[in-house]
Design a protein around this ligand. Structure first.
Ligand code: ADP
Ligand code: ZN
Ligand code: ZN
Length: 739
């Protein structure tokens, strides 16, 4: 074996994660050192002996091999949570493709030294009512940047200066204007410690027989094989009650628990439920927290002030000293996939962390991902099924309306006659309803009815969306422009919005039912999380009859008084280009339907579609997951899509389109030369779903192979090839596995 070198990091707590030092691995330790190990090294002037963490290994010295110092020894007794998180980072680096630094920064929330400037926060100087009036004024005058700024402070109360100029794209000049006008004020925000809430009275739920059986079988599995457990339980069957029971057991043993839930499901209801059960010792993470707040929460976890961490995917990296259990609720959610390198899947990473730390993993879903269910069927996970709703409340009566037939009958409205009648009944009975649309915006894309031309954003390869204020907006980059009056291609005057959007549904419903009290929830009406909670709260208090919304209304909220759910344009998500379109459609419809009749009264769901025969819609309507799974799996098998095969997307992006195309061609050639067997399928370079964003072009190469390891090997070789070829300097390459 040739000489081995180890990159060592000496200080994790600071922001110096990228400061590594290389040491030679002494002969007697060769092959015995792994990522995350604590080693003793000579350091600094005088070669003081200190400890550090090994973060990666190589066979090439970075500097003069002669002068590279040698590791003094290994601290076997010092395996810490940091060691294990470094090992997890190393696994993420290898499995998802990223640098070690990116992976380390993902698992260790770095406490940034916040420059004085960034400590400043903006808030309203005037009253809320005045703020709202001012916002109205800005909107009327089309002062869009000012409007964004004021809406932001109305929504979030305080907004860090950097977020205002970054996320909200408000320039310093506009901010200065608002300060001068006396609308906003800027000050250093008082030190905020995300308070750990507690309640004095706790309450245990007695599990039903079915729930208890699952909880006991899971405990059994932990004893014997400890495979990851998947609970497939219909909505309302009591998965959360089972989690609570398991969490209780683990905490009682003196261990800690991480509960991953999609951020959207982190509602007051959820928080209250945890507090009622456990009283305290729980921290909740959300993505609105500043890095410093998040760091505080993690510190509390490490110190032992907290035993349970509840939060979105980043909560997975909570540095608990003695982790006992990781729960991944709504395991199928696509928010579990990170957008940044390493593009990890939190479910997979949770299983890896469980393995590294001897912690159990329990996942749950009413519509398990095809991947997880497949693994369960293969016996890699242990499967548990709950088919009954708690309290015997029945699943709703579901019916399908073929919208093509509606049109033939002369009904051009977006509400079928069946749905209108059902709504009428609810008004009479004083019951609530939800209308779910798989899209946002006032009207979808703007297209010409004469020639079919679709108006696109000049900076992104996506269509512009019509908004009510007469503007067309790009949802990717925020570009806005006034609505066109005639088609830029054929000059036809018949150009307009493809009329389907939550706002338009609201208008139609209001017209049809003037007495209706309506709430609307979509990305535009809920910027920031408070807006979101407020709308749900109002609906819960029965301040409205109808809640209209996009994806976000179908997830994890319990409204006992809702007895009707209407799914409009159920098939819109079938039109997307990726291989999971059917899976996503099935999930959305199933979850939407599951919202009806969660209380004592029976529920009804009406699904409107143009594809009443598509299996993902038929099976969702019958709430038949098994049948959907079989159909979907045979389709995946036919085309070697995951989970039947493995897929790696090589995503390239760059500002020079020709250069990017050439570079991607080179990558493809390189792959084909590297791996010559016919069991590798290489597709592309092709245009991804979105071919351009903010003037950056994108191309993608798909590699399909039965073995994950083969793809990882190809990725490793590609990374090297890219690193040594200067032709790739201006091109960003990212890898995406099985997505
Ligand atoms: P899921 O997570 O599967 O959607 P939940 O655990 O949220 O189901 O349960 C649905 C509803 O039924 C909740 O309002 C919950 O309080 C209630 N519930 C479930 N199991 C029990 C139980 N054993 N005792 C009392 N209430 C329960
Ligand atoms: Zn035209
Ligand atoms: Zn754009």
């Amino acid at each position: 074996m040739s000489q081995q070198y180890a990159d060592v990091i000496v200080d994790i707590s600071s922001e110096k994660l990228d400061r590594t030092f290389q040491y030679r691995v002494p002969e007697y330790l060769k092959g015995r050192i792994t990522e995350g190990m604590v080693v003793r090294i000579p350091f600094g002037r005088g070669d003081r002996e200190i400890t550090g963490y090994v973060i990666s290994l190589s066979e090439e010295p970075k500097y003069d091999a002669e002068k590279t110092k040698e590791i003094l020894g290994v601290e076997n007794s010092q395996e810490t949570v940091e060691s294990r998180l470094i090992a997890l980072a190393a696994w993420m680096r290898e499995n998802y493709g990223s640098t070690m630094i990116q992976a380390l920064k993902t698992v260790f929330p770095v406490r940034k030294h916040i420059a004085g400037k960034e400590e400043r926060h903006l808030r309203l100087k005037v009253s809320r009512a005045e703020g709202e009036a001012y916002l109205e004024h800005c909107l009327n005058r089309h002062y869009v940047a000012k409007a964004r700024a004021v809406a932001a402070v109305l929504d979030r109360e305080w907004v860090p200066y950097g977020i205002m100029t970054g996320e909200y794209r408000v320039t310093a000049a506009v901010i200065r204007g608002l300060l001068d006008e006396g609308i906003l004020t800027m000050n250093a925000r008082e030190v905020y410690r995300a308070a750990l809430e507690t309640t004095a009275e706790t309450q245990h739920t007695l599990l039903t027989d079915a729930q208890r059986a699952v909880a006991e079988d899971i405990a059994d599995e932990w004893e014997y094989r400890d495979r990851p457990c998947l609970i497939y339980g219909i909505t309302g069957s009591g998965k959360t009650s089972i989690y609570m029971e398991l969490i209780g057991q683990v905490v009682e043993r003196g261990q800690q628990v991480i509960v991953l839930i999609p951020e959207i499901a982190l509602t007051r209801q959820t928080v209250a439920r945890f507090l009622t059960r456990f009283g305290g010792g729980i921290a909740f993470l959300n993505s609105r927290m500043t890095p410093a707040e998040r760091y505080d929460q993690f510190k509390a976890a490490k110190r032992g002030d907290v035993q349970i961490m509840v939060g979105p995917r980043s909560a997975l990296f909570t540095p608990f000293p003695n982790l006992g259990l990781i729960i991944v609720d709504e395991e199928h959610e696509n928010t579990y996939v990170s957008e940044n390198a390493p593009r990890y899947h939190a479910r997979e990473a949770a299983i890896k962390r469980g393995e590294l730390e001897n912690a159990h993993v329990v996942m749950g879903s009413a519509t398990p991902s095809v991947d997880a269910y497949y693994a369960a069927k293969q016996g890699i996970y242990r499967l548990f099924t709950l088919k009954e709703r708690y309290g015997g409340s029945r699943l709703p009566e579901v019916s399908v309306v073929d919208m093509r037939e509606e049109l033939k009958k002369g009904n051009r409205s977006i509400l079928s006659s069946k749905l209108s009648e059902a709504m009428e009944e609810r008004f009479d009975r004083g019951e609530q309803m939800m209308l779910f649309l798989n899209r946002r915006g006032y009207a979808g894309f703007v297209s010409c009815r004469s020639c079919g031309h679709v108006v696109k954003c000049p900076h992104c390869d996506v269509s512009l969306s019509m908004h009510k204020n007469g503007k067309m907006i790009c949802h990717y980059c925020g570009y806005e422009t006034v609505q066109v009056k005639e088609c830029p291609v054929c000059q036809s005057p018949y150009i307009g919005g493809f009329k389907i959007g939550t706002q338009q549904i609201e208008d139609v419903v209001q017209k049809a039912f003037p007495q209706a009290r309506i709430l609307r929830m979509d990305l535009d009406s809920t910027k920031g999380k408070e807006g979101h909670g407020k709308i749900l709260g109002a609906f819960e208090n029965h301040e409205a009859d109808i809640l209209i919304g996009t994806q976000m209304i179908v997830k994890g909220h319990d409204f006992p008084n809702v007895t009707l759910v209407g799914v409009l344009a159920a098939d819109l998500s079938l039109n997307s280009s990726d291989y999971r379109a059917g899976e996503r459609t099935f999930q959305l419809i199933t979850q939407a339907v599951g919202r009806a009749g969660r209380g004592s009264r029976p529920g009804e769901a009406i699904v409107q579609t143009y594809h009443p025969d598509h299996y993902s819609i038929v099976d969702a309507v019958h709430q038949d997951y098994e049948s959907f799974f079989e159909e979907e799996l045979s389709y995946r098998m036919l085309l070697n899509y995951p989970p039947c095969g493995c897929m790696m997307a090589v995503l390239g992006s760059g500002e020079d389109e020709t250069h990017l195309e050439m570079a991607m061609e080179y990558l493809k050639k390189f792959i084909l030369k590297l791996y010559r067997k016919s069991d590798l399928q290489v597709i592309g370079p092709a245009l991804p779903g979105v071919g351009k964003v903010r003037d950056v072009y994108r191309r993608v190469i798909y590699c399909k192979h039965l073995q994950y390891d083969t793809l990882v090997m190809i990725k490793d070789q590609l990374e090297r090839y890219i690193e040594i070829n200067s032709g790739f300097d201006t091109i960003q390459i990212q890898f995406d596995f099985n997505k």
